[in-house]
Design a protein around this ligand. Structure first.
Ligand code: SAM
Length: 286
């Protein structure tokens, strides 16, 4: 519950118990942020308001925050980590990061490992968690909003869309990490009813689109490149397999964008789902 100025207010429920902000405390006795050890927190795609409440509470109480560099908005760090020591993990290897987090934890400090988006997607979180656990430091995960969801919101569409896309693939293009044989973008696009969300592929839009054309995919297939989804400088390029690379090169984007391939990009051509019955047709025939 909030008053007109947006300040939280306490309320007494029917059983005479106090509730705050509309949330029944008994339901949230154990929240996502209550685990023991070092939490691996998803910072969300950029906009600090897309951080979860559990993540915000953990950051506000942290003494040390190890964060994922430029993919985490510095405004978020300024807003919620004012009292913490900040360490940028970019360029540091596990041999440096693990002792840093372990020693701080063993000294009684509250340590948070902050990943961009959600730690479960291209975050290499598990190897750090396993390394910490093998040093006797417990770990747990607090999820975040992955950039594909932010990009979908920016496009005002759905990644799954009735009769357009029944599946979603989170993927990345071939390169240093993925061999040519492990790159499945063409297969996903070829399935027709998959929305293919390509992470870590901004620098390779031209090569990826060329491969799709070479594999015989329809050049008119919609593609969106969403740069810095949810950031103040967010930008959207909507094109096709045939023309999007020219536009991305013109804009000069080489990193920090999500490439979405498939008909769901446009939000057009869907059939109404069964979920809401016949409401719309009834209301129009009235
Ligand atoms: C190392 S991966 C981390 C992904 C992150 N764990 C997530 O869930 O979004 C970095 C890639 O995520 C994508 N990315 C991250 N933040 C983004 C944003 N705000 N807008 C668009 N793409 C983003 C880009 O493709 C970038 O190359």
């Amino acid at each position: 519950m909030t008053d007109r100025d947006g300040d939280p207010q306490d309320a007494i429920d029917a059983r005479g118990e106090r509730r705050r902000d509309g949330l029944d405390d008994r339901v949230f006795e154990r929240s996502a942020g209550d685990g023991e050890g070092v939490p691996f927190v998803g910072a969300g795609p950029g906009d600090p308001r897309l951080l979860t409440i559990a993540g915000k509470e953990l950051l506000e109480g942290a003494d040390l925050v190890v964060h994922a560099g430029s993919l985490v908005n510095s405004e978020l760090l300024e807003a919620y980590c004012a009292h913490a020591e900040l360490v940028n993990s970019v360029g540091k290897d596990l041999e440096e990061l693990i002792p840093l987090m372990r020693d701080a934890y063993e000294d009684g400090k509250r340590v948070v490992r902050l990943h961009s988006g959600d730690p479960a997607i291209y975050g290499a979180a598990l190897e750090q968690m396993d390394a910490l656990e093998s040093e006797g430091v417990p770990t747990y995960v607090v999820p975040g909003v992955t950039s594909a969801f932010a990009a979908s919101a920016t496009l005002r569409t759905q990644l799954t869309l009735n009769e357009v896309a029944n599946h979603v693939a989170f993927t990345r293009p071939q390169g240093k990490t993925l061999s040519e044989a492990e790159d499945h973008i063409s297969e996903f696009v070829g399935m027709g009813d998959v929305t293919t969300c390509i992470y870590l592929g901004t620098h390779a839009v031209r090569e990826t689109m060329d491969r799709l054309l070479k594999d015989g995919h329809d050049p008119e297939t919609p593609v969106a490149v969403v740069y810095h989804a949810s950031w103040p400088d967010e930008d959207v390029i909507v094109g096709t397999i045939g023309d999007v690379a020219d536009r991305v090169e013109e804009a000069g984007y080489r990193a920090s964008a999500l490439v979405v391939v498939g008909d769901a990009v446009t939000g057009a051509g869907y059939e109404r789902s069964y979920l809401y019955g016949d409401w719309a047709s009834k209301s129009t025939s009235d």
